[in-house]
Write a protein that binds this ligand. Sequence first.
Ligand SMILES: C[S@@+](CC[C@H](N)C(=O)[O-])C[C@H]1O[C@@H](n2cnc3c(N)ncnc32)[C@H](O)[C@@H]1O
Length: 313
Amino acid sequence: MSALLSGKPASGPTASLTSSAKPMNSRSNIGFKKSVKITPQEINLLSTYIYSISGIHIEPGKAYLLETRFNRMLDSEKCKNFSELYHKAKADKSKTIEKKIIDAITTNETLFFRDSNPFELLKQKIIPEVIDKNTKSGQHSAPTPLRIWSAACSTGQEIYSIAIVLKELMISPNKFNIQLIGTDLSDAAIKQASYGLYNKFEIERGLALEKLQRYFTPIGSNWKIKDEIRSMASFSKFNLMDPIARLGKFDIVLCRNVAIYFTLEDRKKLFDKIAGCLNPGGYLLIGSTESLSGVCPRFVPKRHLKSIFYQIK
Ligand SMILES: C[S@@+](CC[C@H](N)C(=O)[O-])C[C@H]1O[C@@H](n2cnc3c(N)ncnc32)[C@H](O)[C@@H]1O
């Protein structure tokens, strides 16, 4: 194993719509010769369409981003230009092209134990506090419930990191009714998360060797999360622009490194909806470069272990 597996977590790079990391489901145009230029009208057409299906806001100056993300697709969908791709997507009742467009435009950058501090915070403060509270308020004989939602779970590393934290915290798991729910808009990301298979590049980012050996099984040059961790989580497709109430109430929500792609107006709506789906005193974790200041007054920011977390008022 590489020296990167030294137990030192990789720092979490700030996700941006210009960065592209899709190691298992590569969408890179490297080695791809054809390059069709996008016109200002097509930028407008495609950006409006992308916003309508994902809430992702693309600045007008991002011609290069659209060209990079969609040139390969123009070829595979046999489209001469971006207008043709747009019209083909709109006419496609099966929504296959829409799904491919979402997979291509979303940035699924993530890693195990991203930014490390939030996972220490969960382990040492948030999860023990929620368990104490839920145990006191629950029935004596019933298992203590704990519901955690990773609201843009990408390829699953965030939720599996929490599952590992829980595994290491729980002395007798039978006493708890744990629900770890991961959702994302990208079908390709959810598919990988559900299967729990990671390549060397993904494994080497943030995962200590001891955890790799304990919770993963090697399959060829890849690694698969063990069933004991896999079975703790469930994954489904969900668009954060949609109403959230059907997901039920949560004790803890992680909504990290996704709202950066939305307009301020949509961020306000999103965090207001998240506030509505938290149990009283529930917790919210956002990305290390994000802030709720001026976004949602229903949360109180708190600091612990070099991390900021939010609690519902
Ligand atoms: C940069 S990743 C963040 C992953 C993880 N939360 C983390 O911090 O490492 C952003 C994820 O947001 C997802 N996403 C983008 N727009 C979304 C939307 N409207 N609804 C749900 N997920 C969305 C993308 O598919 C992508 O997997």
